[in-house]
Design a protein around this ligand. Sequence first.
Ligand code: PRX
Length: 631
Amino acid sequence: MIPQISSFQQYQEVYNHSVNDPEGFWAEVAQNFQWRKPWKKTLEWDFATANTKWFVGGKMNITENALDRHLATRGDQAAIIWESNDPEEESITLTYKMLHQKVCQFANVLKKHGAKKGDRICIYMPMIPELAIAVLACARIGAIHSVVFGGFSAQSIADRINDAQCNIVITSDGSFRGNKEIGLKNTVDDALIQCPSVKKVIVSTRTRTPVSMLKGRDVWWENEVKTVSSDCPAEEMDSEDMLFILYTSGSTGKPKGVVHTCGGYMVYATYTFANVFQYQPEQVHFCTADIGWITGHSYIVYGPLCHGATSLMFEGIPTYPDAGRFWDVIDKHKVNILYTAPTAIRSLMSFGNQFVDNKDLSSLKTLGSVGEPINEEAWNWYNENIGKGKCPIVDTWWQTETGGIMISPIAGITKTKPAYATLPLPGVQPILVDENGNEILGNGVSGNLCIKFPWPGIIRTTYGDHERCIQTYFSTYKNLYFTGDGCLRDEDGYYRITGRVDDVMNVSGHRIGTAEVENAINMHLGVIESAVVGYPHDIKGQGIYAYVICDKDLEDKDLARKDILATVTRAIGPIAKPDKIQFVSGLPKTRSGKIMRRILRKIAEGETANIGDTSTLLDPSVVEEIIGGAL
Ligand code: PRX
């Protein structure tokens, strides 16, 4: 099993070793996995061309590590415990043996429909066991999965399918979220009008929502698994063969397909899982993320399963049937590790303690936070009311592109500090740089966060456009991976991530590009131009503020707002809907036509008293008008 750090002194020793001899360090970690053929070279890298290869020449399959390897030792242990949206519906436990069997069976269904190594398969599903099975079945046969979060629109699905040229889609009739029933297959049908590459759609049943099944293209999951055997040897994969694509937003309009490969990702997701959470045998790990995001990939599916852990998968939302649901799930399944997002914590905190006080949370040992900066108030509430002052909180900083946790306390070992991600994990070499890329040395400083040496989970490329990968991550600062985040390092050398320094917002822990939302708003008839910025929001962390210019005097502003929201929902999905829309007659632009977002951000933040220099604006009077109408 993966070596776990057991004291702070050991952390310091291991960290130093990992910096002095990164290849030696990661080679020792990787020995603990099952390889069909050993690697010939531990690392090859060149940040200038965005080329990183780990465990070069090694052959393996991640599902042999996540499933087969455990059959002899823990075949009857729960691999996945599934909790329904409906508290009355019985939960499901899949042991490692059962999960292995179901994955192999579904892998054979994929093969029956022509799937083979290297194909791209889109998965658009609710949080049901079939989602984890579908992901693992793709990995089993070497197909590259591209999971699209169930809240994205038909247009977003189509864009992602077309970018990766997927030939199969796996979906469900619908999903349950709180008291809502949402059609998924119908949305896929709308998407597929634009997707000629898709030849098959496999549909699992969840809601019994009426769906249309196209003869020759669509088949039912439940029928198909009956026609195949459950014997499916794993495909032999090279360490650097693609494992999955996961789309994420950046500063430009089009989401990019972040690519992770088999060997390095496996080693990194598993090592960080075992160490950050200090998972002990038989514990129950509950990560509340959706598998549609990287957190679900790494800490519901791959990390826990490769470590032989029990992973709890929850279909619902924290506030259904009431704001005590997480605590009920924890009590019911005796959860030991809870890993959730600050947005969820702040939202549950706002309901008051009556939903917590009478719950038995005594099984909890470790609490985690991910996805956005956690404010001190939320941190303290989490610590006192959920952890009862006894559970270490690991505030984990990382990104879709990093594959796994990068800066975080090690539970029970690193001394925590509210709102601080604290220290880098072994193998992670962060540095802070100024605008010109000069390293900022010493403590008590802040700057842009970069990483100066590759780790096994680093992004390998952006699917179909390697140049974009170079430009986005490796060109801003020479020979560094640039995270896009601002960060401070305090007097103790502890890191605190302060938020994005680019045009990316973080809304409820979801990454949304301002340009993406602007493009969506601009699609609406009557909109001439728009500018979108984030602003502080009590629950969501950031809210979306849109300044919109329309082509005529709007008679009914409320209706126009609703139309714009509907347009954004159709183009991206409800998560990207602006919280505020202000109609304006002009935007603050420089003489060269660049929108000065700094000013718009200040106005959205309500900081109109110190707007700063407006002398470079083409028409400074526009600022007064915008301030006058600010929401
Ligand atoms: O700004 C950082 C923020 O989330 C961004 C990454 O988003 P995504 O790729 O969607 O991955 C989210 C889950 C790993 C980062 O650039 N972020 C993530 N974790 C933290 C954070 N900000 C502050 N503190 C964190 N712990």
